[in-house]
Design a protein around this ligand. Structure first.
Ligand code: ADP
Length: 347
């Protein structure tokens, strides 16, 4: 096979690829490989183009033994780390023997693996704290506090609180996995948002009263209906209003407004907009992009003290995605926060 044929064959390979001959020189490289390893690499010794010892060993081995080899190649594109699996496979064209080296970008798999490991570590950590407390109290009740009615009463109250925390966490984890599983299924019910918001505010009244907060709901004259999943939308507004009450400061007022937008900027079509505004301490803009990550909290201690699981906004984000809507968070320290939900009027 002549050289032009080889370059056209290499160019047809979707990943960065290069061919290395028996003399350890690069016979050809496609444009992906040139972009990854630098311009004029054809004709050079492969050691001058690649430089990472594990990859060099794999290629040398493949050239020597004529057997396939694999290695990992780490690099970075701008700020982000990129990981490749490099395969070095022997090519036998009669008199010409070579090794074809391909770079497969596995960054997304690495990231998914890392996310899964972080998630398991986070869940274990969140469950372990109340569990350790429960075990400690059980031990105390069986030992030093045995028969002490006053201590028993006090410990049981704390134990019930810790058990409730575990239950909330498991409940939120199950919600999250259900919502994620349904994310691609379009919701079809017709949901009257005004009626739904009125009902959510009523349900949250005891919580609001305990916090000394006041909810002010403003609805338009005409009903606004969106295609949606009523239970899930109820969860979105419950989580957002609960947060506004929880973090809105003692005696804070929470304003909830429903409006219709003819062309919502982010959606470019008619949408319903629900804004929930509190007068709390606000959120440093630094944290805003990460608030919807699972278990991300600005102040972990405060969140746990308020019974938070750190999953509320992650659930909100997934439900809004399922509804092809948008969540916008605007806040500044000392200025309160506004969470806006945009939902398209037709899907
Ligand atoms: P949590 O269970 O901790 O409330 P969420 O996912 O609902 O979890 O919220 C994540 C974090 O976002 C909270 O821990 C809190 O730090 C911050 N947050 C959410 N809503 C508000 C708000 N209205 N005002 C200030 N901070 C908020």
């Amino acid at each position: 096979m002549s050289l032009p044929d080889i370059s056209s064959l290499l160019e047809a390979i979707p990943q960065p690829a290069l061919l290395i001959g028996r003399a350890e020189r690069i016979i050809g490289a496609n444009s992906g490989a040139s972009a990854l390893l630098g311009g004029a690499i054809t004709g050079r010794h492969f050691i001058t183009a690649i430089r990472q010892p594990t990859v060099l060993d794999a290629i040398e081995d493949a050239l020597r033994t004529h057997a396939p080899r694999e290695a990992r190649y780490l690099t970075n594109a701008g700020e982000a780390d990129v990981t490749y699996t490099v395969t070095a496979r022997p090519v036998d064209w009669g008199s010409m023997q070579a090794v074809l080296v391909c770079f497969e970008d596995i960054t997304h798999l690495e990231q998914a693996g890392q996310m899964r490991r972080d998630f398991v570590a986070n869940v274990s950590h969140e469950l372990r704290t109340p569990l350790t407390a429960l075990l400690g109290f059980i031990e105390t009740l069986q030992g030093p506090a045995k028969g002490d009615a006053v201590a028993t009463e006090r410990f049981l109250r704390t134990m019930a609180r810790e058990a409730a925390r575990m239950e909330r966490l498991v409940h939120d984890l199950l919600s999250l996995s259900r919502v994620e599983a349904q994310e691609r299924v379009r919701p079809r019910e017709s949901v009257d948002l005004g009626a739904l918001l009125t009902s959510v505010c009523q349900t949250l009244r005891p919580l609001t009263q305990d916090a000394g907060a006041a909810l002010a709901l403003t609805l338009p004259d005409a009903a606004i209906k969106v295609p949606g999943d009523a239970d899930q939308l109820r969860q979105v507004f419950t989580n957002l209003i609960e947060n506004a009450v929880k973090y809105g400061g003692q005696g804070g007022a929470v304003r909830i407004t429903l409006t219709q937008l003819e062309a919502a900027p982010a959606l470019r079509r008619p949408a319903a907009a629900v804004t929930i505004t509190d007068q709390g301490p606000g959120i440093d803009p630094l944290h805003i992009p990460r608030l919807t990550e699972r278990f991300y909290r600005v102040d972990g201690h405060r969140s746990r003290e308020k019974g938070g699981t750190g999953l509320g906004l992650a659930i909100v984000k997934h439900i809004i995605n399922r509804h092809r809507g948008r969540l916008r968070i605007e806040s500044a320290l000392g200025k309160g926060s506004t969470f806006s939900v945009l939902l398209p009027l037709d899907v």
